[in-house]
Design a protein around this ligand. Structure first.
Ligand SMILES: [Zn+2]
Length: 238
């Protein structure tokens, strides 16, 4: 049974109640709904707390998808704890400070991909530092110039919004997909598009802030050469 991913409709939800559907062999707890973002698209799964019906607190280190269709999420406990019973009601709470930093970073990565309109071959979102790898044969990228452009887009306070389109609509607009290594999840009939008004539009299942001003100050810290055709751009929250 699929997990209802509440973070997709509201990335600002920090807690919810849920029902235990199952326990994986590794002790991961599968729930009917969750506010925990599950590791995907270069963004790590959320950390936080699960509180059982009896009031026991179970620290969770991350959340992961356990099926290839990315519909079921297991919540991974920090240490082996007596698992809650199937059907038991529990409460979930994410580490909001950590998640919010990742949301700011993740949204900044969209802006970076708009400034550098090249195919993206990889990337990762971290709370302190993030990176995107671009397929660019020629260097000539300037850290300070990119940092200044990011600052402009952040100061513009552009709205970030999500909408869903059908697989067919996406297939008709292949230019929307920038990331060669991460194809958007298709097959469920619909794909989530993230638009940063005036700057960027691409399929993405991650968590984002509502307006670019929330990103705050960011800085390009390093541009590395990764093989002949790749440049790795590192970004940090200031
Ligand atoms: Zn995104």
């Amino acid at each position: 049974m699929p997990t209802d991913c509440l973070f997709r409709d509201d990335a600002y939800l920090t807690d919810c109640s849920a029902t235990v559907l199952g326990i994986t062999d590794q002790g991961g707890m599968v729930l009917d709904r969750t506010v925990f973002y599950a590791t995907s698209g270069g963004q790590p799964g959320d950390r936080g707390l699960l509180v059982t019906a009896a009031g026991a607190e179970v620290p969770l280190t991350t959340a992961v998808y356990i099926d290839s269709a990315k519909s079921e999420i297991a919540h991974v406990p920090a240490e082996a704890a007596a698992p809650p019973g199937i059907g038991e009601g529990v409460k979930l709470n994410i580490d909001w400070d950590l998640r919010y930093r990742r949301m700011r970073m993740h949204t900044a990565m969209h802006l970076l991909s708009a400034i550098l309109p090249y195919p993206v071959t990889g990337g990762s979102v971290g709370e302190a530092e993030s990176r995107l790898d671009f397929d660019i044969p020629e260097a000539g990228l300037d850290k300070d110039e990119i940092t200044a452009k990011l600052a402009e887009m952040i100061a513009a306070d552009a709205e970030v919004s999500a909408r869903w389109i059908s697989d067919e609509e996406l297939a008709a607009s292949p230019g929307l997909v920038k990331t060669m290594s991460v194809t958007p999840p298709m097959g469920t009939g619909r794909v989530r598009l993230i638009e940063i008004a005036g700057f960027d539009l691409q399929p993405c299942g991650g968590t984002h802030v509502r307006r670019t001003s929330e990103i705050g100050a960011v800085r390009v810290t390093q541009i590395e050469k990764k093989g002949k055709l790749n440049r790795r751009v590192r970004l940090a929250l200031v």
